[in-house]
Design a protein around this ligand. Structure first.
Ligand code: NDP
Ligand code: GDR
Length: 325
C-alpha cells in the first residue's frame, strides 16, 4: 500500500450514494474502503451494478459499534471519511424512532469519535439532509435557514449535523456537513417515492401491476441526480477549511408531476393508474422543499448537470431494461 495513494472510508457504501461515491473516488485514483454491516442477504448489488465491487475493500462493522469503527479507521488508514450510513427512510422513522436515533445520531458521533481517537487529521463528511428544514421557515432554504425537522429521521439527522459542527469547533476536526436535498438514480431503493413510481410505471406497462398506490401527491421536492451530488461531497473535503453546504438544483416539483413525467415516458397517463392510499400519508408531512445552493456553486464550483426530465428518463429506462431481462 503506497503512502501517496489517497484512501477513503465510506460508511453506507452499499447504499445509493455509497455506490456513486465509490465510483467517483476510484476514478480519482483513491483506494476505497467500505464499512459493511452484516445482513442476512447480500447487500452489494449496487456496487456490482456500477461495476466497482471488485475494486473496493469491505470491512465488517456497524455504526452502533464504536470498536468496529476504530478498527475500520486503523485498517483503512483513511484520510477521508464519508459517513453516509443511516436508517434513511423517513416513513420508517416513525415506526423505529429509537433505532433511527441510534444509527443516524449516535452512529455519526461514533464515527466522529473514531476519527478523533485514530486520526484527527482525517477529513470527515456528514450526510446531512434537507429534512432538517422540515416545516421550512423560508420559501428557499440555504445554510442560514432555521431548522424545524418533522420526523424522527429529521430529528436524528439534526443531532448528527450539530455534532459535526461541534467536533469542528471543539476538537478542530476537518468536519463538513453536506445538507443535500433529495437525490435519486436508477439505484434508488424501491421504498422512496421516485423509484416506486418509475418501477410501477414499467410494471404497469408490462401488465405485471394494475395500480400504483401513493400518499401525498402534492408534496414538492427539489430532486437531483445522485451521481452529480457525490461530486459535491468530495469537493467539500478538498476545501482548506471545513464548512456546511446546501446542495440542491433550485427546482421544486410535485410528486404528481413526477408521476406524470414517468408514466409519459412509457406512453401511459398516470391519472388512470395512480390511486391514493390514506395509509401512506405521514403523521407530519414536509410539504415543500426548495434549495438555494449558491454557496456550493460559488465556493465548490459545483452545479447539477442532470435535469429532472433527464433523471426520470434514466430511471424509467433502467427499470424497463431490468423488467424486460
Ligand atoms: P441508502 O438508504 O441507500 O443507504 C443507507 C446505507 O446505510 C446502506 O449502505 C445501509 O446498509 C447503511 N446502514 C444502515 N444502518 C447501518 C448501520 N447500523 N451500520 C452501518 N451501516 C448502516 O441511503 P442513500 O445512499 O440514499 O443516502 C446516503 C446518506 O445520505 C444517508 O445518510 C441519508 O440519510 C443521507 N441523505 C440522502 C439523501 C437522498 O436523497 N438520497 C438526501 C440527504 C441525505 P445496508 O445496505 O446493509 O442496509
Ligand atoms: P423523503 O423521500 O421523505 O423526501 O426523504 P420519499 O421519496 O420517501 O418521499 C418524498 C415525498 O413523497 C411523498 N409520498 C410518498 N413517499 C413514499 N416514500 N411513498 C409513497 O407512496 C408516497 N406518496 C407520497 C412523501 O410523503 C414525501 O413528501 C428522502 C430520503 O432519501 C431521506 O433519507 C433524505 O434525507 C431526504 O430524501 C432528503
Amino acid at each position: 500500500m503506497s503512502n501517496s495513494v489517497r484512501r477513503a472510508l465510506i460508511t453506507g457504501i452499499t447504499g445509493q450514494d455509497g455506490a456513486y461515491l465509490s465510483r467517483l473516488l476510484l476514478e480519482k485514483g483513491y483506494e476505497v474502503f467500505g464499512l459493511l454491516a452484516r445482513r442476512g442477504t447480500d447487500t452489494t448489488w449496487r456496487l456490482r451494478e456500477l461495476g466497482v465491487a471488485a475494486e473496493i475493500r469491505l470491512i465488517d462493522g456497524d455504526l452502533l459499534d464504536l470498536s468496529s469503527l476504530i478498527r475500520a479507521l486503523e485498517i483503512s488508514r483513511a484520510s477521508e471519511v464519508y459517513n453516509l450510513g443511516a436508517q434513511s427512510f423517513v416513513g420508517t422513522s416513525w415506526q423505529q424512532p429509537l433505532l433511527t436515533a441510534q444509527v443516524n445520531g449516535q452512529g455519526a458521533i461514533n464515527v466522529l469519535e473514531a476519527v478523533r481517537l485514530v486520526n484527527r487529521d482525517a477529513r470527515f463528511y456528514q450526510a446531512s439532509t434537507s429534512e432538517m428544514f422540515g416545516l421550512a421557515q423560508s420559501p428557499e432554504q440555504n445554510e442560514g435557514t432555521p431548522f424545524h425537522p418533522r420526523s424522527p429521521y429529521g430529528v436524528s439527522k439534526l443531532m448528527a449535523h450539530w455534532a459535526t459542527v461541534n467536533y469542528r469547533e471543539s476538537h478542530g476536526l476537518h468536519a463538513s456537513s453536506g445538507i443535500l436535498f433529495n437525490h435519486e438514480s436508477p439505484l434508488r431503493g424501491l421504498e422512496f417515492v421516485t423509484r416506486k413510481i418509475t418501477h410501477a410505471a414499467c410494471a404497469i406497462k408490462n401488465g405485471r401491476q394494475a395500480k400504483l398506490y401513493l400518499g401525498n401527491l402534492d408534496a414538492k421536492r427539489d430532486w437531483g441526480f445522485a451521481g452529480d451530488y457525490v461530486e459535491a461531497m468530495w469537493a467539500m473535503l478538498q476545501q482548506p477549511k471545513p464548512d456546511d453546504y446546501v446542495v440542491a438544483t433550485g427546482v421544486a416539483t410535485s410528486v404528481r408531476e413526477f408521476c406524470r413525467l414517468a408514466f409519459e415516458r412509457v406512453g401511459l397517463d398516470y391519472a388512470q393508474y395512480v390511486e391514493i392510499d390514506p395509509g401512506l400519508f405521514r403523521p407530519a408531512e414536509v410539504e415543500f422543499l426548495l434549495g438555494d445552493s449558491t454557496k456550493a456553486r460559488s465556493r465548490l464550483s459545483w452545479k447539477p448537470k442532470t435535469s429532472l426530465p433527464e433523471l426520470i428518463a434514466m430511471m424509467v429506462d433502467a427499470d424497463v431494461r431490468r423488467q424486460t431481462k
